[in-house]
Design a binder for this molecule. Sequence first.
Ligand code: GLU
Length: 601
Amino acid sequence: MRGRTLAAVTTTGLLCLSVSTVAAGPAAAEEAAPPKQATATGFGGAVSSVDPDATEIGLDVLRRGGNAVDAAVATAAALGVTEPYSAGVGGGGFFVHYDARTGTVRTLDGRETAPASLQADGFLQDDGTPYPFDDLVNSGISVGVPGTPDTWAEALADGGTMSLADVLSGPAALAERGFVVDETFRSQTLDNAERFRDFSSTAALFLPDGDAPAVGSVFRNPDLAATYRLLAEQGAGAFYGGELGRAVVDTVTAPPVADGVTREVLTGGMTMADLLAYDALERVPTHVRHGGLDVYGMAPPSSGGTTVGEALNIFETAGGTAPELGAADREHLRLEAAALAFADRNRWVGDGDVQDVPTRRLTSEEFAATRACLISPPATLPRPVAPGALDGTGCGSGGEAVDGGYEGPSTTHLTTADAAGNVVAYTLTIEQTGGSGIVVPGRGFLLNNELTDFNAVPVVAGVPDPNLPGPGKRPRSSMAPTIVLQDGRPLLAVGSPGGATIIGTVYGILVNRLDGGQSLPEAVAAPRVSEQNSAAGAAAEPAYLDSDLGREMVARGHVFRETEEIGAAAALELLPDGRVLAVAEPVRRGGGAAGVVLPRD
Ligand code: GLU
C-alpha cells in the first residue's frame, strides 16, 4: 500500500514539474506590483500586511461590502500566494477579532496539531537523543495537521458576511495571474534552495529551471489557484477528509524526495482520521488592564497573550507607566519585566487542553506583584531569572530557570478594520521560512514544520516540561495578535512574525505607543529588542545597540546580541476623529503595505 501511494505521489510530482516550470518560470513583468505605503489614514476600513498585493485584495473585499473578517481571510489567502514561505493553507495561526455586534473580543485557535500517533518520545532516536533539528524540519514527522483552512471557514461562519468562495476569488485570480517577484522573495528562495532541491515538487514550483525566480519576473502558481477553487467549491471539507487532505496525508507519509537525494527523509504518521478530527477552537482571550485600557490576546497554546499580558502587568506594577519616568528608566523596567514574564512562559505554558496551564494566574495583577518586587533599579536581574512560584504571595521565584527552546523567524501578520467597527488581528505561519520545504505535489502550497515548536526533550531534566510532543497536542507558539480596547471600543490592533521575538515586538510597540509618547508609526519603526530571559542576552537590532537608549541599557548591565532584523509588524489605530490609521513596516523585510478604503490625510 505504501509503495503504491509513493508511486502515485511521485507521478503527480513529475506532472507538477512540467506544468509549473512553464507557468512559474521567470517572465517579463506583465503586472506592475501595486504601490505600497507604510501608513494610510482614512475612512471605510483598513488593511495592513507585509505585501501590497495582499493588502489590495483585502481592501477590495471591503470595497465590495465585506467586513473586517472577510477582508482578513482574503488578505491571508493572498499572502498564501505572495508570501508562500511564511503562510498558507499548509499551516496554522491565531485569529483575534473584535466583534462590533457583540462588543466582545473573540479568538480562534487554528494551531497545527500533532497526529494521534505522535508520542512524547516521537522526536527521539533509538539511542534516546533527539533527531538533528534539520532532519526534523525537512521531514514529514514535523508536519502538524494544518489549521488554516478551518480557521478561515470558522472565522467567516462566526463573523463574516461573505462565503469562502467569495473571499477566495481574488486570491485565486492572483495565484493564476502571478505577482512581481521582489528582492525578499528571491532571497528567501535562494536561502532555501538547497533543501527545496531535495523535494521534486518544491524544486519544480520554486526553482524553475533550477534557479530562484528573478527579481521583476512574474511568479504564477496555477496549482494553488486550483487548490483555492477546490476550497471555494467544496468548503474546508475538501481539506479535512477530501482530496486535498488525501494529498496532504500522502505527502507527509511519503515525501516526494527528488532523485539522487541520499539522506533519509523522516516520514510522518498523519492519517485521514487526524484531519477529520481537526477543529479550529474558539478560546477565551487573555485579558489584562494597562493604563486604563483593556488588552486582549491569544491564550494557550500560544504564549503570546500570557507573556505580553504578564510583562505589561509587571511593567505597570513596577512603575513603568508613570508619566514622569525618563525613557531610560522606563526601558530598564520594560526589559526586566519581559525577562520575568519569559521565565514564567518557559516554565508553565503549553497546550492547556492537554495539561494545566495557569493562564489566569499568569495574567493576574496579584501574580505580577510577586514578580515586580524582584526588580530593584538600578540593579539588573541576572539572566536567566527563575520562574515564579504559582501559589506564593510573597516576593520571589521558585524552581530552576527553563530555556525557551527554538522557534524559527518566519510567519506573517495582518490587521483589518471595517466601517462598522469590526477589527481583526491575525497571525499565521508555516513555522520556518519555507516550512518543511515540502510542497504538496500538484497543489501549490508548502507544508508546515510546526511540530518542531515542541521541545524534543524536557529542557530541564527532572522538571515537567509543558511543551513536549503528544498525540493530538498543539505545540506552544509565541504568536501574539493583540487588540486593545478603550472604553469597550477598539483602539489598537497589532501583531508580528518572528518566533519567540514576536512577544518582544508586540510588547515593545504597545509600550512605545501607550506609555512612551510615540505615534503608532513611530512605535512600529522604532529599533527593536527582544528580551527572552536568556543568559546569551536579548536579541537587539543594530539601530537599538547604536542608540543612546541601547548604550544606556548596556551601562546598566543588560546584555544583548546583535540581530539584523526583528519582526515585521502590521498594526492599526482607530483615531478619535473616526478615521483609521493603518501602519506597516517602513523598512523591515523590504517594507509592508498599509491601505484604507477612503484615504483622508
Ligand atoms: N512557530 C512560531 C510560533 O508559533 C512562529 C514562527 C515565526 O513567527 O516565525 O510562535
